[in-house]
Design a protein around this ligand. Structure first.
Ligand SMILES: NC(=O)c1ccc[n+]([C@@H]2O[C@H](COP(=O)([O-])OP(=O)(O)OC[C@H]3O[C@@H](n4cnc5c(N)ncnc54)[C@H](O)[C@@H]3O)[C@@H](O)[C@H]2O)c1
Length: 435
């Protein structure tokens, strides 16, 4: 499979040459649900040669050649990434007992794919979660840490991380939040500085959510962290301060799969042809646990704000008011159990062309949510580990390719155009080549 080779690539922020990826890389996943279990099962299948890692740029993509006519090297060969055989997995979940139970409950993979890796999946036992139903009203978690204050919970997670590191002989670790989307929240006083956040942990501040406690524990332990969900977790001044202090790379947020992936493929094309857009109505039905959580208005609001942001930065209505000055953009998600993990997303797109004549585009994407998200988890694990070995810390803008609401290091709105994001990603990888 070939990646398009846009040339020249943007220059990178002169990272140091990454240290070699020797030894074991531990992958820690808060949230052993559909995405996490599908990701682990897929890596196990790929490393036994049972199935190819489709959808993973790190495994199947290429970098542009540096000399005219030369071969385009595979990313996995040109860039010093950890190998699939070097990965070990762990996680926390308030409901799933282990990764096999999570995968079976999720119903994403068929029996034959599950059976071939079931022993390994079963051996990945979920650690007790830091969980609070106030943030995810639809879940009743029982496998939770019952320890004092939020500070005590953070210390318990740090202990878990160190125990996992020692038990598995890990040379390095990465943590990716694959837990449920937490209820909508604006940053508050407690999130402004590291000192106020630590004070808040000790005082059990109501504004500190479980995902923020995991993020704090990861960063304190020197573990790179990415947020696959749209809730506030590392996009907070206190976390950026801690990441800078500990020299740890971060990335977020909200995996770009399904409908938003399609949106960020099509919108740049409409703009490239200077076609107008009057409205974009997106609706989804899905029936997995994620859909159930998002059925709660407080949790949906978190997702909605992440999904709505993408069109403006691609279309730049301020530069093209005659084309994009008046857009109605609506996003809906409905929980519909018969559909399980196989989400169906409909888009009704109202565009206009020459002399203003209207046209309609309809997309009906019957996708598989976790099948699209799993390879993103793998790429983020490998690229965050690479960034850490190259001494890159703080928010990794170049990983925007993977997110619906990309975080940026300068606080500016990120590009949502998938192709611009791909160029930025390949540019950094090119700068980190081993040759
Ligand atoms: N699948 C996709 O395409 C996609 C895309 C973007 C974002 N996401 C986000 O990724 C996350 C995972 O999606 P999923 O389909 O696997 O959902 P899921 O419901 O199957 O899994 C989430 C798991 O997180 C656990 N959990 C909840 N709170 C927790 C806590 N405090 N600590 C540890 N575990 C906790 C739940 O028990 C559940 O098992 C969701 O937030 C979802 O919105 C998924």
């Amino acid at each position: 499979m070939e990646t398009p080779s846009p040339s020249p690539l943007p220059s990178t922020a002169s990272p140091v040459a990454p240290a070699p990826a020797t030894g074991t890389l531990g992958v820690l996943l808060p949230g052993l649900g559909a995405v996490a279990s599908t990701f682990i099962a897929g890596v196990l299948a790929a490393r036994s040669g049972l199935k190819p890692p489709i959808g993973s740029l790190s495994q199947l993509g290429h970098l542009p050649s540096r000399q005219p006519g030369a071969d385009e090297p595979r990313i996995a060969e040109a860039v010093p990434l950890a190998g699939l055989d070097d990965l070990v997995f762990g996680g926390w979940d308030p409901i799933s007992a282990n990764a096999l139970e999570a995968a079976t409950a999720a119903g994403v993979l068929n029996d034959s794919d599950l059976n071939s890796v079931s022993g390994d999946l079963e051996s990945i036992v979920a650690m007790d979660a830091v969980f609070d139903q106030r943030w995810v009203a639809r879940l009743d978690g029982q496998r939770v840490k019952r320890v004092g204050t939020k500070w005590d919970q953070a210390m318990a997670l740090i202990d878990d991380i160190e125990r996992f590191r020692a038990a598995n002989g890990c040379d390095r670790l990465v943590m990716i939040w694959c837990g449920s989307t937490e209820a909508y929240q604006e940053p508050s006083e407690v999130h402004q500085t590291l000192a106020s956040f630590e004070e808040g942990l000790k005082e059990d501040d109501d504004d500190i959510s479980p995902s923020q406690i995991y993020a704090y524990a990861a960063l304190q332990s020197g573990v790179p962290y990415a947020n696959g969900a749209p809730n506030l977790s590392i996009d907070l001044p206190c976390m950026e301060e801690l990441a800078a202090e500990r020299g740890v790379p971060l990335a977020g947020k909200d995996f770009k799969t399904g409908q938003t992936l399609m949106k960020t493929l099509i919108a740049p094309g409409l703009k490239a042809r200077m076609l107008g857009l009057r409205g974009w109505y997106s609706t989804n039905i899905l029936g997995n646990r994620d859909g159930e959580v998002l059925d709660d208005p407080a949790n949906f609001r978190t997702k909605e704000s992440s999904k709505l942001g993408v069109l403006d930065t691609i279309l730049e209505p301020e530069r093209h008011p005659e084309l994009y000055g008046e857009i109605d953009h609506v996003v809906r998600i409905n929980y519909y159990p018969p559909r399980g993990d196989n989400k169906e997303g409909w888009d009704a797109i109202d565009i206009f062309g020459w002399l203003g004549y209207p046209m309609e585009i309809k997309i009906d994407f019957s996708c598989r949510d976790s099948i699209l998200a799993a390879p993103l988890v793998l790429d983020l694990v490998l690229f965050l580990d690479l960034a850490a070995r190259a001494g890159m810390s703080g928010i990794q803008d170049w990983l925007s390719f993977y997110f619906k609401a990309p975080q940026t290091s300068d606080g500016e709105e990120a590009s949502h155009d998938l192709f611009a994001q791909q160029r930025a990603l390949l540019g950094v990888l090119d700068g980190l080549r081993a040759d």
